[in-house]
Design a protein around this ligand. Sequence first.
Ligand code: DGL
Length: 276
Amino acid sequence: MNVPINGRIDGPIAGPIGVFDSGLGGLTVLRAMIDLLPHESVMYFGDTARFPYGPKPSDEVLKYALEIGRLLVDHDARVVVVACNSAAAAALDVLAEELPVPVLGVIEPGMRAAAQATRTGKVGVIGTVGTIASGAYQRAAAEVDADIELTCAACPGFVEFVEAGDVDSEQVHILAERLLAPLQTVSVDTLVLGCTHYPLLARTIGDVMGPEVMLVSSADETALAVRDLLGTPPDGSAGRLGDHRFVTSGDVDTFGRLGARFLGPEVVHVEQWAWS
Ligand code: DGL
């Protein structure tokens, strides 16, 4: 079912918001969603056993995204948030057609945030090889504001550092200096973190780009889009705290440790999922 971004599905809370990513990165989007919608229950799936998605062919990522989308719906998700740019670039349209619930991605929300932030119109986007090669940000920029002058750069290697818990070592800094150089050359004033892992590297990326460049993530705009979709919370939801369920296809202990560090105290218990 493809529900327009401004569509609303008012009604009693009847199932969690399903959220997924290739690993831990989608937790940056989940943080914004929990803060904005604390009464909502969520089920987060991190496909850590099969990350990274960015270097994989788009048909493989599409297959993974469909499997996870169906899994979330089978666990009663009433909305699916694709908190992974690489999966959104490869699979958002198909997911929206195939799943019987509304599906939201992160690419258009991120571009909207950038259009609001830029003063010069010179906007950079960094993402995985798959996301940048897909042209999804270029299309979103043209739709959101045709005057935006977009410069895109793939950042292979960033995701692997984050999944290893390394967000500010000398090695990450050296990699960031090399990968971000093309964006410094064209003097962007706004940089979209077009991979949900990258907000976890914001200090390193910000150090390299300098204080005059605004870093923009899709997290807040995506959370607002989810709120708009869900509409008015039902009576009795004020003060209620939703349940938070975390599932990974990878190592539960690593996910639990890094998840608690990156998201916060909501990560108490992590369930194992094994792909058959
Ligand atoms: N967080 C994913 C994204 O937004 C990371 C992709 C990957 O696993 O390479 O693109």
